[in-house]
Structures are given as C-alpha cells and as structure tokens.
Design a protein around this ligand. Structure first.
Ligand SMILES: [Fe+2]
Length: 693
C-alpha cells in the first residue's frame, strides 16, 4: 500500500469533484446516536471505482424545506455494527447537485470489505452500504467481477440483480464478487408513459416510473431535455429495489453507453427519424446527471475546487465542420463533449487492468443511420446488410487506396456511397484511441480487459447460400452483416488498428467485455473472417441485458408469420411452439443449418450442415438471453460465466430472483507470445441448445 498522504487525497478528491474523507489510524466505535430512515434517502447508497486505498461513496438526501445546503456525516467502518469506525467526517451537500453527495474516502487498506452510512444533523441515517477496496498491484488472488448492461425499469424487472445478490450472499467470502462493472444503458432516456401504448410494449407492461417536467414527445415516446429531466429518470431507476440493493452491496464501475444521453446520439448531436439535430445542451445535461448519480473517477474541466458539476454554457448549434477523426469542431459541441471525460483505467491486483472506454462522445457519425443508405437492408432479408457495402462505408475516402466507388456494391437500384469524401469511421476518436493504445501497450497485468460498452464480435449471415426458390436472390455480393453497423462489428478499420497493435506488440491476455447487444456472445477477437485470413488476438464476451428487450423478442412480435425466411430467425420444427431462437443457429452455423433444423428438428443433423467459414470466431450466441456475466481472472486463465434468466417481464418475489435458464462457463487458458487464444466451454446448468457452436 502506498503511504497515506492527506495532501494527495485532498487533491484527488478535488479533481474528482468529491468531498474528501480521511481515515484515522485507530478505529473507534461510532460516536453518535442514529436511526435508519430509508425514506429520507430514497435512492439508497452506492460506492464506485475502488482503488487499493480509496473509494468513492455516494448518497442523496433531499431536503424539502427552504434550505439550499446541508451537511452529512459519512461514517466508514470495518464491521457492519460500526464498532470499528475508521472514518467519520461531515461533508457538504446542496440543492445545486440535486442533493447528491460524492465523498472520496482515502487511507483505506487494500482488498478489504468496508461498511458505510450517511447521517444527517437530526441523526437520521441512510441504509448501510458495503464496499470493497482493490487489491494492491502485486496481489496474486483471482479477480472476480460481474459485468452488466441495459436495464429498463420502464419495461421490465431487475431480477438479474436479485439472482446476483442471492448467489453472492451464499458464496464463501473468498469467492464473492469484488465489484460490478456496468457497461451502460443504466437508464433508458426514451420513456413510454403507460397511456402512450395502452396495450404495452411487446408482451411487457409499461410502468409509470417517470414523467418529464420539460421533455419532448417524439412519435409515441418521451425524451428528457433538461438536467432536471435526466435527474428524474436516474431517481426513478434507483427506486427499483433490486438495483438499489445491488448498488448498496458492491462498488460499481460504470461507463455510459448511448441511452444515458440519447438513443442514436453521437458527440453533442441527436438523431431522430433520420434527422441529425444539435443537442449540446442535452449532452451537458446528460453528463451532469450522470456525474451527480454515478460515483466514478471521471473528469470534469475546471472548477476542481468545487464538488459540483458546474455545467459549461452551451447553445444548440448545428455542427458542420469535422476534423480528420470526425470530431465536430463547433465550439459548443467541443464544450459539451468535453464537459465530462469518462474513459479511464482501473487496476485490480496482479491480474487485471480494466481499460474503460466511451463509445459515443467522440465517435464519428454512424453511416448506417443515414437515410440515403437505408435501401441496403430490405424487409425481404430482415437485419441483413451486405458486408462489402459496410466495408466501403467504414473506410470512407481511404477505400481501395483512395479510390472509393460512387455507389455501394452490387445493390440495385444503386445506393450512393455517402462517405466517399469522408475520413474512415472512428468510435473512439483520436485522443481517446491514443490513450487506449498507449495503456494497452504499457499494461503489465496478466489480463488487459477492455471494458467497452459495445460489442466487438462479428455477427454474420450467409444468405448467398440459400437454396434458390425460397425467396428473392440476395442483393449482396457475399456475406451479410447482422444488424448493420453501430458497433465495432462494422468499424472494421479501427478494430483492425487495435488488433494489429495487439499482434505486433505481442500483447497477451487481451480480453474484451461488452454490453449493448442485449444478447450473450463468447468468441475469439479477430479483425477478419474467411475468406480473409482468420488470426485471433484475444477473447471477447458480451453480456445479455439485465431487462431491456432483445432482438428475438422483437422478431417474435414483428416478423410476419408467413415470411419466407422466418425459419432462419424463429424455428418451429414440426410445428412445435413456442418458437425457438433459430437466429442463434444462424449466426453460428448459417442458413443451411437453420433450414434443416426447421424441417427435421434434429440439431445434430442441422449442425452437420454448418458453414465452417461463417463464424470460426464464435463459440456461443444467445440473442434472446437476459441476465449477467461473471469474470474470474487468475494467473492461469480467464473465465466468463453467463448466468441466464427467463425474460424478466415481472419482478420475481423469490429470494433468488426466479429460476435460471442456464449457466455456462467459457474458459481461456493464458496464452504466451506467438500462441493463439483458445476457448473452452462448460455448461454447468440448463440447456442453451441452439446457442452452442
Ligand atoms: Fe441497451
């Protein structure tokens, strides 16, 4: 442990916009009288971003009277009965920060569980929180953490957290989770009020969780427009008992995905109905609310001596000029994007360096949201986009040595190449990418884990192998990209740049954990697939959503019953119902396997018709699964366990959060320089039949 330096912690706390709480050398019992009043702290407590000697603590204590400021006592103890209190300090809160409190506690011991609470001047206390510090950098113990994404309190239940808590409470202390990595879509800013869709959303009941005081209605949903609107949706989500209990039990390490700001948002811009509109004021509002509600070591510019956000003044102004990495140079855009820096690294003992990146604040425009190219995907081939067209769009003006075509691929009628004058696509942006690559090169941890809100594994389909006569001829030249863009599976050049660096530098132990896709995926990280050379440089895992609906659920409600290709997505072999997610089989094995499965219902026979070139990188895909994933990283191997629960339409009243559908463990032994990573799979419980390659 580094020697305790009060000055160092005061400086770090100020830089994080947090109050500083120092630990004393000798623990003492709690001094004052107190009474727990959860109703006065309606959003509970939380902790975040632990280091080996410090952690951020959080609560919210709103006052309804005329006061604009107050103080809270923060108490941190080595035991849950507070007989060994190591810190107790009063910290300020104010209406300016919506009564939220961020306190950095410094001088803690490494790899230690601590308990904390907040007490107001009347002796009314928050619920107890439990947290844990990081192990020191040379600690050889196995690191254990869960990773999650995409919780939708408006449309579903957070049973996955109840299951996680239930299992952790029963695990031996040495096998409990160290922290929860939240990869975004912590909130969904798009909210349907129950009356907007009286029949609900798919088979889901719409909950009346939040009403925006300002807000904007678009089609049949509502979006936030002010910081108070964004704050309201965080508060609504934190009233969910399962989410709130999870935040009180483990430290969270969080990064936003898109919905913390805007569905198709990028930089300080929003996109609705194919129209891009300036939204710098909303980006700042989104960042402010995130900062106030997530205890994280993120950076805000200036004002390092205040523990509130201080939003920069911006105006919604069109962004017309972009630099060579796609960054909009308009001053309000730069100020909005710069109002919070989320990318950062977290060290966890000898074995884990977590490199956390932001996929939305710096990215260039997603070409697939442009209306001009919508014709690349047709209802005849649902969710299929010609791969060669996406490669051309991604490369922009650099395609084919600087000779991009005027039109995209062989698609008829011709679709214009809208990116032929533009720089290659980037998701990370220049500055963040430089930071990421440098950190990747210099990391000495066994596992360099890229905590990336968006998936990196390719999802491909082989419509070129459909027997003739089933439907129209496929309009692409070869493979189809499933879903068409938005993440690293169509940011070909940037992904290749990262993977090439890993290969060139001989970096081992490169693993990626992601969310966003509302589905479970496990596979090898490779920049290209056959007929290109297939050269994996790492492993990648994607977790299913906590509760937001996924594509299988969407297809069940939207794919016509008589669609000629229905069997590729939803199988009803020999008329069996309910439909099975053939899409999993499609992405792992191809169209021929799906057609065989539909006609015979024989999975072994279907697998024998697998297209070996389609997905040599994949070992598991479940496009309908919900739940969470657990990583265990040691000196020998990295394991990723998928814990899959039934579709969480309603809250389970069971203490374990309801039944499990399956539990499957993916294991990769550590590989040396020049060796290829390998994935092994072990089904522990249940039967994820169509998901296994
Ligand atoms: Fe999501």
């Amino acid at each position: 442990m580094r020697e305790f330096s009060r000055r160092r912690f005061v400086v770090s706390a100020a830089a994080l916009g947090a109050s500083f709480v120092a630990c004393r050398t000798l623990p003492r019992p709690t001094g004052g009288a107190w009474k727990e009043r959860r109703d006065l702290y309606p959003e509970g407590v939380a902790s975040g971003d632990p280091e080996s000697d410090s952690v951020l603590l959080w609560t919210r204590r709103p006052f309804q009277d005329v006061r604009r400021e107050a103080r809270l006592l923060v108490e941190v103890s080595e035991d849950s009965s507070f007989t060994r209190v190591v810190a107790s300090t009063r910290v300020p809160i104010s209406i300016e920060s919506d009564w939220t409190c961020r306190a950095l506690v410094g001088g803690l011991a490494p790899a230690r569980v601590y308990w904390y609470r907040f007490v107001d001047d009347d002796g009314f206390a928050s619920r107890l929180g439990r947290t844990r510090t990081a192990p020191s950098g040379d600690d050889p113990h196995t690191a254990r953490f869960a990773f999650v994404s995409c919780q939708n309190v408006n449309q579903g239940a957070q049973n996955a957290y109840r299951r996680m808590i239930f299992e952790d409470e029963r695990a031996p202390e040495s096998e409990r989770l160290d922290f929860v990595l939240h990869l975004g879509d912590f909130i969904y800013e798009i909210v349907w009020y129950p009356e907007d869709r009286p029949k609900g959303y798919y088979d889901r009941r719409l909950r009346d969780v939040v009403r925006y005081a300002s807000g904007e209605k678009i089609r049949d949903f509502h979006i936030p427009t002010t910081v108070d609107d964004y704050r309201a949706v965080y508060r609504a989500y934190l009233h969910d008992p399962d989410l709130q209990d999870a935040r009180a039990r483990w430290p969270f390490v969080s990064i936003w995905d898109n919905h913390e700001f805007s569905w198709l948002g990028w930089q300080g811009l929003q996109v609705f109905g194919g129209e891009t509109r300036p939204a710098q004021t909303r980006k700042v509002a989104a960042n402010q609310a995130w900062f106030e509600y997530q205890p994280a070591r993120v950076k805000k510019p200036g004002g390092a001596d205040v523990d509130r956000f201080d939003p920069p003044r911006v105006a919604d102004t069109p962004v017309t000029q972009f630099d060579d990495s796609g960054l909009g140079l308009e001053p309000n855009n730069l100020a909005a994007v710069g109002s919070l820096t989320g990318y950062r690294a977290l060290r966890w003992g000898r074995h884990v360096d977590l490199l956390i990146t932001d996929q939305h604040s710096y990215r260039s425009e997603d070409p697939c949201t442009k209306p001009e190219i919508a014709a690349l995907s047709t209802p005849d081939f649902p969710q299929m986009w010609p791969e060669e067209a996406l490669v051309i769009l991604d490369a922009g003006r650099t395609y084919d040595g600087g000779k991009p075509p005027l039109h995209l691929s062989s698609v008829k009628p011709a679709v214009p190449n809208v990116r032929r004058d533009q720089p290659p696509q980037t998701i990370l942006g220049a500055q963040q990418k430089a930071w990421f690559l440098e950190h990747l090169k210099s990391s000495r941890a066994t596992w360099k884990i890229w905590a990336n809100s968006e998936g990196t594994l390719d999802g491909r389909i082989d419509p070129q192998n459909l027997p003739s006569g089933i439907t129209k001829p496929w309009h692409g030249a070869g493979y189809a990209n499933f879903g068409g863009g938005g993440d690293y599976s169509s940011a070909y050049l940037e992904r290749a740049e990262i993977y090439d660096l890993v290969q060139r530098q001989g970096i081992t132990g490169f693993a990626t954990v992601s969310g966003d896709r509302h589905s479970f995926w496990a596979g090898l990280a490779a920049k290209a697939l056959p007929p290109q050379p297939f050269e994996p440089v790492g492993v990648a895992f994607i977790t299913g959503s906590i509760s937001a609906p996924g594509i299988v659920e969407a297809l069940e409600h939207s794919l016509p019953k008589d669609h000629p290709l229905r069997a590729l997505y939803l199988a009803t072999p020999r008329g069996r119902t309910p439909p099975e997610p053939a899409l999993n089989l499609l992405l792992c094995h191809g169209v021929r396997s799906c057609l065989e499965y539909q006609s015979s219902g024989d999975l072994a026979r279907a697998r024998r018709l697998s297209n070996p070139d389609l997905a040599p990188h994949l070992s598991f895909v479940d496009m309908g699964g919900h739940g969470y994933a657990v990583v265990r990283a040691s000196g020998d191997a990295i394991e990723c366990e998928f814990v899959c629960i039934p579709r969480p339409l309603e809250r389970s009243e069971r203490p374990d959060g309801g039944q499990l559908l399956y539990r499957v463990v993916h294991r990769t032994p550590f590989w040396g320089r020049g060796q290829r990573p390998k994935l092994e799979q072990h089904v522990v419980e249940g039967n994820p039949a169509l998901s296994i390659r």
